[in-house]
Design a protein around this ligand. Structure first.
Ligand code: FMN
Length: 187
């Protein structure tokens, strides 16, 4: 059976280095025969989570689409910028919405497998945001693979076709993606 992978960037900014890293990982996963959907969080148009609005009108349509997308895939590839040492509020808000249960539709996260990536124009590559993301995903039932990658000086790391210039970076990314695909169990 083909592994289905949902690839999410924690930045929807035009020219995002994290989305570029996400797309480089997507290419690798496709070369390894995974079926990949790249999801743009901005397209979900999610409001900031608000318990009163959830109580009044239920889950927004974008939340239902996100929950369905997670349900439809075996694995998640989550790539996020670091904002002041954490992953982005765009990503946190989307995950929070998606965990909200609805009649017959519990949180879609338990049993999924995920790999984490980060990129930054800075020297540390956004690595400080990943431990918190790992804790969050683990806490909602996701098995997060041990290997991860942060890409430093990411604004200079890609060529004009979106390929990583440094072969070491490409090898590291390949390692993370392959480990993710090997960790997925399809029964
Ligand atoms: C609110 C805010 C906080 C940031 N904090 C960090 C940080 O802690 N570490 C870091 O490496 N870069 C930080 N940056 C810079 C981002 O890494 C940079 O804007 C990056 O391009 C964002 O990722 P993107 O290109 O995928 O949108 C911060 C940017 C913003 C807007």
């Amino acid at each position: 059976m083909t592994i289905r992978l949902l690839a999410i960037s924690g930045s929807s900014r035009q020219g995002s280095v994290n989305t570029r890293l996400r797309d480089a990982a997507v290419s690798i996963a496709r070369r390894h025969s995974a079926e990949v959907r790249a999801l743009d969080l901005r397209e979900l148009d999610l409001p900031l989570y608000d318990g009163d609005s959830e109580a009044a009108t239920g889950l927004p349509e974008g939340c239902l689409r996100l929950k369905q997308a997670i349900r439809d895939h075996h694995a998640l590839l989550v790539v996020s910028p670091e904002y002041n040492g954490f992953f982005t509020p765009l990503l946190k808000n989307a995950i929070d919405w998606a965990t909200r249960p609805q009649e017959g539709y519990p949180s879609p996260f338990p049993g999924k497998v995920a790999a984490l990536l980060a990129a930054s124009p800075g020297a540390l590559g956004g690595i400080r945001g990943l431990p918190a993301l790992r804790v969050l995903l683990s806490g909602i039932g996701v098995l997060v693979t041990p290997s991860q990658m942060s890409l430093p000086l990411a604004n200079k790391a890609f060529d004009e076709n979106g390929n990583l210039i440094n072969p070491q970076h490409q090898k590291m990314l390949e390692g993370v993606v392959v480990e993710l695909l090997k960790t997925v169990r399809i029964d």
